[in-house]
Design a protein around this ligand. Structure first.
Ligand code: GLN
Length: 465
């Protein structure tokens, strides 16, 4: 019997190499787990039909002695990452029947590394949300407490791993959509430096923030997936090379904590951060207070720039180029009808907000100002990373909330207060499961300087010993 709830990718790789089980057996165990558990949880929208064929291919390679980093390991994908010949809907009605003609670069890289492309997971529509309640196909429940959300927007990927249905999954993180659901479900979630992983084949939400990244049970597994996915790509001109960000300092175990900012969290969360600080100090880390006057504007900046980019990225869904088409009286009526029927409430809200902040007369006051403040925040982060290797924050203001509990959009947006600074600045950031609230997991975040994923992984591994 393969126990998927405790098995890690690393240990599964060892077991596959030692022929303790085959990739076919492992993949079948994942299929059975989905059949068994996912009726209630709803992490998956689909398991791809050819998964067992992919597993047989992997087993052939294992027999031939070929060694690849993810050979034979089933990995699930958020429904906004494309696979050639498979549906990809971004959990939206407008793309319900869309079949992708091409692979995303991330999927190409997973395949080159021998992974089984297992299936697609539920998410907030076009990755807009913090609870997966905005999916057109119904919400995903938190496997640790089914009265609560799994987080969002990559809630399906988090629930798929935390529910013991696959060993690893990919999500996308524009403002926390990997880290927040990972934290709610007791997992490790990682967002790399902006540009580190190609966005080619990731459906764009906010092009200047979006990054793909992994969900896993351990830091080692997250690093393994990250190493497979990273690297420049000619199909994405925003991908970066190693040299682009000069190293500002050598790692000397220094962590900065913006305590003034953390004051905005619940008492439990603040206490939890202090516990994490104690643990780092006992490991020989120097923890210092950081003055960070601009960090608290990250959320406001985020919720101006993000809708602005969304309003232009969503323009391609016009009833002509892709997906749903609802016919009207004339061309413009087709457009209104298709988009009115095809998009859910949150997507429409953000298109309207974004169009407003970009409109002539308001552009300078909103979008222009937000971009200027973004530059100030980036500068302050860069300065901070001359003094410290990492910045420590809580991942979320509290543990997983109940369905319907954040029904006002503003309450929902406040969920992102601690995750968005890493996106606004482009910095890499990990969430590590640490501590509990109401018996549910909490997480802490470590943000690194641009291009310094190495520091994050070093400290995270030391944190768990
Ligand atoms: N919760 C944030 C939002 O709704 C983050 C989304 C994301 O990272 N994709 O914008």
């Amino acid at each position: 019997m393969i126990d998927l709830s405790t098995l890690t990718i690393q240990s599964a790789r060892e077991a596959l190499k030692a022929k303790k089980f085959s990739s076919r057996e492992l993949t079948q165990a994942c299929i059975d787990a989905v059949k068994d558990k996912d009726g209630n949880i709803h992490a998956f929208l689909e398991i791809f039909k050819n998964v067992l064929d992919q597993a047989d291919e992997a087993d052939k390679k294992i027999k031939e002695g070929i060694d690849l980093p993810l050979l034979g390991i089933p990995i699930a994908l958020k429904d906004n990452i494309t696979v050639a010949g498979e549906h990809a809907s971004a959990s939206s009605k407008i793309l319900e029947n869309f079949v992708s003609p091409t692979n995303s670069t991330a999927v190409n890289k997973l395949q080159e590394a021998g992974a089984i492309i297992f299936g697609r997971t539920n998410c907030d529509e076009f990755a807009m949300g913090s609870s997966t309640e905005n999916s057109a196909f119904g919400p995903t429940k938190n496997p640790l407490d089914q009265t609560r959300v799994s987080g969002g927007s990559s809630g399906g990927s988090a629930a798929a791993v935390a529910g013991g249905m696959v060993l690893g999954a990919l999500g996308s993180d524009t403002g926390g959509s990997i880290r927040q659901p990972a934290s709610f479900c007791g997992l490790v979630g990682f967002k790399p430096t902006y540009g580190r992983i190609s966005r080619s084949g990731l459906m764009a939400m906010t092009s200047s923030f979006d990054q793909i990244g992994p969900f896993s049970k351990t830091v080692e597994d997250a690093e393994l997936i990250y190493e497979v996915l990273r690297g420049p790509d000619s199909l994405d001109s925003t991908t970066i090379t190693e040299e682009i960000y000069p190293k500002q300092k050598n790692f000397d175990k220094t962590i900065g904590v913006p305590r003034m900012f953390i004051n905005k969290a619940s008492e439990n969360t603040k206490k939890n951060v202090e516990e994490a600080i104690k643990r780092f100090e006992s490991l020989g880390y120097k923890v210092i207070d950081l003055e960070f006057p601009t960090i608290e504007y990250s959320l406001a900046v985020y919720y101006v720039i993000v809708p602005a980019e969304i309003s232009s990225n969503m323009a391609r869904f016009d009833g002509v180029k892709y997906g749903l088409r609802v016919g009207g009286e004339n061309g413009i009526d087709d457009y209104f009808k298709t988009r009115g029927v095809g998009f859910g409430k949150e997507v429409r809200r953000r298109i309207i907000l974004g169009t407003y902040v970009l409109s002539s007369g308001y552009y300078d006051a909103y979008y222009g100002t937000a971009e200027n403040v973004r530059s100030l925040i980036r500068k302050e982060f860069r300065e901070a990373f001359k003094k410290v290797d990492l910045i420590l924050l809580p991942t979320t203001p509290s543990s997983a909330f109940k369905f319907g509990e954040r029904s006002s959009p503003l309450d929902m947006y406040l969920e992102d207060i601690f995750t968005v600074p890493a996106n606004v600045t482009g910095c890499p950031c990990i969430t590590l499961p640490f501590g509990k609230e109401n018996d549910l997991p909490l997480g802490i975040e470590l943000i690194g300087d641009l291009g310094r994923e190495d520091n994050i992984f070093k400290a995270s591994k030391e944190f768990y010993g």
